[in-house]
Design a protein around this ligand. Structure first.
Ligand code: SAH
Ligand code: SF4
Ligand code: F3S
Length: 445
């Protein structure tokens, strides 16, 4: 038997989890593990879980069930479960009792115990639970393996203080903590020095950055500092909250050529009654006014959103207001979700929960209208020239290069030379619901 160790990390959930999986990969490689290339090769499997909706949790339970056989075939296989799911009350114990072959369970606050847990898993046969209720101070200088080669993710805040009434994130990720600006700038400098061209600043609510820091700094100031890093070509950020999107930030985004003209601005619902019940902190009118200001300052901006249907108490009239809002704003894209009851959140106990069939009808109607808007907006790009950052070959057709416009639209274009990492002028020739096709005009860098 070979004595090379291989790891595999299966990630569910948002970009924060993707980034944390990169930290897990960094830890595994520091311990001498190599990434598994074939299925069944790994002798260490880590599952990074999400619990934002029931569907995400069910996928994890299904996967854990399937791992039973692998463990029976190879008793030395180490299985670890991390991420948001076991951070919920009683869930770690439930996982331990239902899947006793799991070696250890940890959460976002105990990510840094991973190397110890892996080492101890060899001696300790019983499931170890390493869950901590509150986060420690932010640990810097961790080994991170970025998931992609041209574009990197850099978290700037952890946790969330917004407590939208449907959402589990503040309970599992803890209160909002901002990273020190020097640590962020250091990480971005290191990334560009190693060849990354684009950085996305990450947080549940990036535009509230800095509120908890002893120094006087806000998100607009941070953007301005990051943009001064010369070799950085593009800067993106995710996710913005409408409540904290002030005029100063709009002006900073408009002023900085490196900041991409894409703003993901979840609205969640179109009726004031539902927005209030959700504790979103803005009205439909305030949201529409913000969109107007954004488009005035950045006319080419692509605005995308998240929407939930079937929040408790949502009537047909409320839902029609969501449809009306998406037709007014014309988002370039939207992530649409059916409300999922999360135990421990205030909305879980609200009266008038919406029946499953009604939620299903509403999501289908919503997707239909949004798809029509997305496709029309994509087709309107035909004939225009965009700056596209080459991100790599199209997996299905390697004669095509894949890249993104500043507005975050995926573009495929033929390229004889590998233009990965280069900014290319591309004329758009066709569009579908999911991507654009184009022809390269000239490489810009
Ligand atoms: N912090 C970000 C993203 C949070 S999770 C934000 O506030 O926008 C991503 C999306 O999942 C949310 O925007 C919301 O649309 C959706 N979501 C969160 N909790 C949900 C729930 N209980 N049911 C359905 N969708 C939910
Ligand atoms: Fe959840 Fe709201 Fe925080 Fe987003 S802002 S993570 S939806 S509580
Ligand atoms: Fe899911 Fe946790 Fe992200 S619950 S959406 S992985 S913060």
């Amino acid at each position: 038997m070979s004595n090379i160790n291989y790891y595999d990390i299966i990630t569910f959930g948002c970009q924060m989890n993707e980034y944390d999986s990169g930290v897990m990969a960094g830890f595994c490689e520091a311990l001498g593990y190599f990434p598994a290339e074939r299925q069944g090769e790994a002798n260490l499997i880590l599952i990074n879980t999400c619990c934002v909706r029931e569907k995400a949790e069910n996928k994890v339970y299904g996967l854990l069930g399937r791992l039973r056989k692998l463990k029976q075939a190879n008793p030395d296989l180490i299985i670890g479960v991390g991420g948001c799911m076991p951070q919920q009350k009683n869930i770690a114990r439930e996982i331990k009792s239902r899947f006793p072959y799991v070696n250890f369970i940890f959460g976002p606050h105990t990510l840094f115990q991973l190397p110890q847990l892996i080492k101890r898993a060899n001696e300790n046969k019983e499931t170890m639970i390493a869950i901590q209720e509150n986060p420690d101070e932010i640990t810097e200088d961790k080994p991170v393996k970025q998931a992609r080669i041209v574009c990197a993710w850099v978290p700037i805040t952890f946790g969330c203080n917004n407590f939208c009434t449907y959402c589990i994130v503040p309970y599992v990720r803890g209160q909002e903590r901002s990273r020190r600006p020097e640590a962020i700038l250091h990480e971005v400098r290191q990334l560009v020095a190693s060849g990354y061209k684009e950085v996305t600043l990450l947080g549940q609510n990036v535009n509230s950055y800095g509120k908890d820091l002893p120094v006087e700094i806000d998100f607009a100031d941070l953007i301005s500092q990051v943009c001064r890093i010369q070799e950085l070509i593009r800067l993106r950020f995710l996710t913005s909250h409408p409540r904290d999107f002030h005029q100063k930030l709009i002006e900073e985004i408009a002023r900085q050529p490196k900041v991409c003209e894409h703003i993901h601005l979840p609205v969640q619902a179109g009726s004031n009654k539902i927005l209030t019940k959700m504790n979103r902190g803005y009205s439909r009118e305030e949201y529409l006014a913000l969109i107007k200001n954004l488009r005035q300052a950045i006319p080419q901006a692509a605005i995308t959103t998240d929407l939930i249907v079937g929040f408790p108490g949502e009537t047909t009239g409320d839902f029609l207001q969501t449809l009306d809002l998406i037709e007014k704003v014309r988002f370039t894209n939207a992530f649409t979700f059916v409300y999922s009851n999360r135990s421990g959140t205030p909305a879980a106990k609200m009266p008038d929960q919406v029946p499953a069939e009604v939620k299903k009808e509403r999501i289908q109607a919503l997707i239909k209208i949004q798809n029509e808007i997305t496709i029309a907006e994509n087709q309107a790009e035909t004939g225009k020239i965009h700056q596209v950052l080459g991100e790599g070959k199209n997996e299905k057709n390697p004669s095509l290069l894949a890249g993104r416009t500043g507005t975050n639209k995926l573009v495929f274009f033929p390229a004889r030379k590998d233009l990965t990492g280069e900014l290319v002028q591309v004329k758009i020739t066709a569009a579908t619901l999911t991507h654009l096709a184009g022809i390269a005009q000239a490489a810009l860098v």
